[in-house]
Design a protein around this ligand. Structure first.
Ligand code: FES
Length: 97
């Protein structure tokens, strides 16, 4: 998985079943977060590649994000799980502020 934060772009190997936020924490990649339950949105990110290799939007994501954001590929890294490693994934950290 390729991940981009304000410091650059990094390559990570993320096991299936892990959330994107789990992977950032484990790899010590700076990625803002607070609640880890899908309510603060500090972990918000934009999936630019590989959305089909990631989990469907959780109830918490439907509650916190707008339908337009979800359709554009915005997700919450604490909810977003890797379901397959059979392709390229690119996730960019995009908090509101
Ligand atoms: S850490 Fe709060 S929504 Fe993800």
């Amino acid at each position: 998985m390729q991940v981009t934060n304000r410091k650059g772009t990094f390559e990570l190997n993320v096991p299936t079943g892990w959330t994107v936020l789990d992977a950032m924490i484990k790899a010590d990649v700076e990625w803002g977060f607070s609640c880890t339950r899908g309510s603060c949105a500090r972990c918000r990110c934009l999936v630019t590649e590989g959305l089909s290799l990631l989990s469907e939007a959780s109830d918490a994501e439907w509650d916190r994000l707008t339908e337009e954001e979800l359709n554009e590929g915005y997700r919450l890294a604490c909810q977003l799980k890797v379901s397959s490693n059979e392709g390229a994934i690119h996730v960019i950290h995009k908090p509101y502020f």
